[in-house]
Design a protein around this ligand. Structure first.
Ligand code: SF4
Length: 379
């Protein structure tokens, strides 16, 4: 079982909080598709004998491409790999690109899951985020997608300056009323060197309030669970049977090949488990699609252990300490987790350790704590 991630590195312009890699020159799309074809076929050997269960078009703004261009990529993928007839085929789309005709064309070429970059239903908040669409388009796009697809995901951002708990609750109510099968919620983070970062430094925007964002996250967990969404990963909520298969595979350390500039890959070879990433440069990629590697590393046993803890803890199912003991040559002591349990950040049930809701608001810090030598030590 394996996945394919296809990075579409084009956007019309940069949203002020975004630090993803993309270019705005859409005249390069055809050249990009030629380079992508080369990379896909050249790297197919990395997934020999694997059945492709998921294909994910992420970006950038994949919805800047036409359905015919996705048809071209999907046809090539099915000629090059063994793609499961029940594969999950996800496309990220921005509301300003979504029309009934476009969605129908995407469904016709095989896309069966749409992930909508809605971010908000509130005009003022969308303006603060410098998104191109407005609240009415957010609502309309979810309705159109629900009409065409039975697997629709909505991304929402919380914690912009001036946003209150009531505002956020209204966002959640609006989203749930539209009944997407899946929701991903992210707190607004200020990435270095973004326009938002500069505006905050100049005092023109307020930095997000972390304590309020934590409260908003707690509200989201409770509200969405109450509305029959399963909170299965830090940021991810899905109706039963509608968890993202592609993202779940990442968190369960299933191999995947990422193609396109800046895409990351994780493959299991006879030489061990390897992670590598393409350079975030379309120019380099067009010149030599398989030569522009930003990094490549073979994972040590300690790396694999650390990843298993970090990625396991991101998920509601948590980590099975007995299983870790069997797989790794590490001394793992449950008693050392007691402090985190007493602080209400972790729960412990037989050998399973899971984050509580409060723990999810501090997931990164707790993972770092758990990986500290005092909790998990080499045998
Ligand atoms: S559309 Fe998405 S990838 Fe493009 S700039 Fe905005 S946030 Fe970044």
């Amino acid at each position: 079982m394996a996945g394919l991630y296809i990075h579409i590195p084009f956007c019309r312009r940069r949203c002020n909080y975004c630090d993803f890699y993309f270019v705005t020159n859409s005249a390069l799309i055809d050249q990009f598709l030629a380079a992508l074809s080369h990379e896909l076929t050249s790297r197919a050997y990395l997934l020999t004998n694997e059945l492709i269960e998921t294909i994910y078009f992420g970006g950038g703004t994949p919805s800047m491409l036409s359905a015919a261009q996705f048809d071209f990529i999907l046809t090539l993928a099915s000629k090059t790999f063994r793609v499961s007839p029940t594969a999950e085929l996800t496309l990220e789309a921005n509301p300003e690109d979504v029309t009934a005709t476009y969605l129908a064309d995407l469904a016709r070429v095989g896309i069966n899951r749409i992930s909508l970059g809605v971010q908000s239903f509130n005009d003022a908040k969308l303006k603060l985020l410098t998104r191109e669409h407005n609240g009415a388009q957010s609502r309309k796009t979810v309705e159109l997608a629900k009409h065409r697809f039975n697997n629709v995901s909505v991304d929402l951002i919380f914690g912009t300056d001036g946003e209150t708990l009531d505002d956020w609750t209204t966002e959640l109510q609006t989203a749930v009323a539209l009944q997407p099968e899946h929701l991903s919620t992210y707190s607004l983070t200020v990435e270095p060197r973004t326009l938002l970062d500069k505006l905050i430094r100049r005092g023109k925007r307020q930095p997000p309030m972390e304590s309020l964002q934590a409260e908003m996250f707690l509200v989201a967990m409770e509200f969405l669970r109450h509305n029959a969404y399963e909170h299965y990963e830090v940021s991810s909520f899905g109706k039963p049977n509608f968890h993202s298969r592609h993202n779940s595979a990442y968190w369960n350390r299933t191999p995947y090949l990422g193609v396109g500039p800046s895409a990351h890959s994780f493959v299991k070879t006879t030489d061990g488990e390897i992670r590598f990433a393409n350079t975030p440069s379309l120019k380099d990629y067009l010149a030599a699609p398989t030569d522009s590697i930003q990094f490549k590393e073979r994972l040590s046993e300690e790396d694999i252990f650390n990843e298993s803890v970090l990625l396991g803890l991101r998920q509601a199912k948590g980590i099975d300490v007995d299983d870790l003991r069997k797989k790794f040559n590490f001394a793992v002591s449950l008693s050392q987790l007691t402090a985190l349990v007493e602080q209400g950040l972790l729960t412990k049930e037989s050998s399973w350790v899971r984050l509580t809701d409060k723990g999810f608001t501090l997931a990164d810090e707790i993972a770092a704590e758990l990986l500290a030598a005092s909790h998990f030590t080499f045998a």
